[in-house]
Design a protein around this ligand. Structure first.
Ligand code: KG4
Ligand code: ZN
Length: 341
C-alpha cells in the first residue's frame, strides 16, 4: 500500500486529495476543496491576481486540515502531485511549487499532472480502474470543449474541439448577460427547469461538423435580449428568463449530443465518457444517456463530485505515472497552455 497527496490550483479552486493505492487498485481516501466562487462573483468572473493570492492563503490551511483529519504527516506520503497546466499561470504556480516543496523535503517523487488528463480520467476514479479502456471522451469545462479518442493511457487523439468559446464559457457569458451570478452554468440549469426550451430558436453552429462553436449562440442570445428591449438596467425575469435559459441550454446540449454521436460513429466507439464542470448539468447527462442507449453505446459520466475542478482526479492521474515510475523532475515548469493531444 502507498499514499499519494495531490494538489490542484489551476483556476479558482484550491483542492487537495489523498489517494491510497497498491499495484492494481487506487481509491480516494479523503479530499477537500476550497472554492473562491464567492470572491470572484463580485467581479463577474475569475480575476487571476486575486485567485493566486487566495490560493497562497487557502492552500496551506487546506492541506493542513486534510492531513490533520487523517492523522497524517507529509512524510507518511510516498509521492506528491500537482496540476502543471493548462490553467492560470499564477494560480498553477502556487500548487505546483507547494507540492514540489513537499516532495523535495520528504525526498519523494513529484508528478506534474495535465489538468485535462485529470478530467479525462475522472469517470474511472469511482471504479479505481487500473487500465483505461478504449473510448471516446467528451470533456466540457469552463476552458475546454473537446472530443478525444482514447486508446489507453497517454494514447490520445484529438477528434474535435471548440473553434471559439468552450461550453462552460458560453454558460458563464450568457449567465452574465442575463444578470445571473458567476458561474452561470448552475444558475442557468436551475432556471431552465421551469422554462420552455422551444420558446426561442437559437442556432446549433457548425451542423454536420465535428468541431464545436458557441460564440454565435452567445451572440444570438445577446440580439434576442436587445430585440426584446432588455439591457443591463432592465434584465429579463420570471417566465421569459426561464425560457431564455431553457432555449440556450437546449442549443448547447443539442450541439454536444449531435457531435458526440457523429464522432462515436466516425471512431466506432462503444464507450463514451463525459467529464468537466459542465457535466454537472443533469439535462446534458440525461440527453446523452438517452441518445447513447438508443444506439447501444455504453455511457460513463464522471461522478458529480469529480466534475468541477478537484484534486482527486489529479491524484488518480498521477497514480498511473507513479506505477510506471515516470516522475517529473523538480525543475519541471508549469505550462498554462499545456496540450493534451
Ligand atoms: O471543469 P471546471 O470546474 O473548470 C475548468 O477546468 O474550466 O468547469 C467549470 C465550468 C464553468 O464554466 C461552469 O459554469 C460550468 O463548468 N458548470 C456548469 C454546471 N456546473 C458547472 N455548466 C452547466 N451546468 C451546470 N450545472
Ligand atoms: Zn477543469
Amino acid at each position: 500500500m502507498g499514499k499519494l497527496l495531490a494538489i490542484e490550483t489551476s483556476c479558482d479552486e484550491s483542492a487537495a486529495a489523498i489517494l491510497d493505492y497498491d499495484s492494481s487498485n487506487a481509491s480516494i481516501t479523503d479530499a477537500l476543496i476550497s472554492s473562491q466562487i464567492m470572491i470572484h462573483r463580485e467581479f463577474g468572473g475569475v480575476v487571476p491576481e486575486v485567485a493566486s493570492r487566495n490560493h497562497s492563503i487557502n492552500l496551506p490551511e487546506l492541506v493542513k486540515s486534510l492531513l490533520d483529519q487523517n492523522q497524517l504527516r507529509p512524510r507518511d506520503f510516498d509521492a506528491f502531485a500537482a496540476t502543471g497546466g493548462p490553467g492560470l499561470a499564477s494560480s498553477l504556480l502556487i500548487g505546483h511549487s507547494f507540492a514540489k516543496g513537499l516532495a523535495a523535503s520528504c525526498k519523494k517523487p513529484f508528478y506534474s499532472v495535465n489538468h485535462m488528463e485529470g478530467h479525462l480520467l475522472s469517470p474511472f476514479i469511482s471504479s479505481g480502474e487500473k487500465s483505461i479502456p478504449p473510448h471516446l471522451a467528451l470533456i466540457v469545462s469552463g476552458g475546454h470543449t473537446m472530443l478525444i479518442k482514447v486508446d489507453g493511457l497517454n494514447q490520445y487523439q484529438l477528434i474535435s474541439k471548440t473553434i471559439d468559446d468552450a461550453a462552460g464559457e458560453a454558460f458563464d457569458k450568457v449567465g452574465r448577460m442575463l444578470g445571473l451570478p458567476y458561474p452561470g452554468g448552475p444558475e442557468i440549469e436551475k432556471l431552465a427547469r421551469d422554462g420552455n426550451s422551444k420558446q426561442f430558436s437559437f442556432p446549433r453552429s457548425l451542423p454536420g461538423k465535428l468541431d464545436f462553436s458557441f460564440s454565435g449562440l452567445k451572440t444570438a442570445v445577446l440580439y434576442t435580449l436587445k430585440d426584446l428591449g432588455y439591457n443591463t438596467h432592465n434584465l429579463p425575469k420570471g417566465k421569459i428568463l426561464a425560457d431564455l435559459c431553457a432555449s440556450f441550454q437546449q442549443a448547447v446540449i443539442d450541439s454536444l449530443v449531435k457531435k458526440t454521436l457523429k464522432a462515436a460513429q466516425a471512431t466506432n466507439s462503444r464507450l463514451i465518457t463525459l467529464s468537466g464542470g459542465v457535466s454537472c448539468n443533469l439535462a446534458l447527462t440525461n440527453a446523452l444517456q438517452e441518445a447513447l442507449s438508443r444506439r447501444n453505446i455504453h455511457f460513463l459520466p464522471c461522478e458529480r463530485k469529480y466534475s468541477t475542478d478537484n484534486a482527486a482526479m489529479i491524484s488518480y492521474s498521477a497514480w498511473f505515472y507513479h506505477r510506471q515510475g515516470l516522475h517529473s523532475p523538480l525543475n519541471t515548469n508549469i505550462n498554462p497552455n499545456l496540450a493534451l493531444a
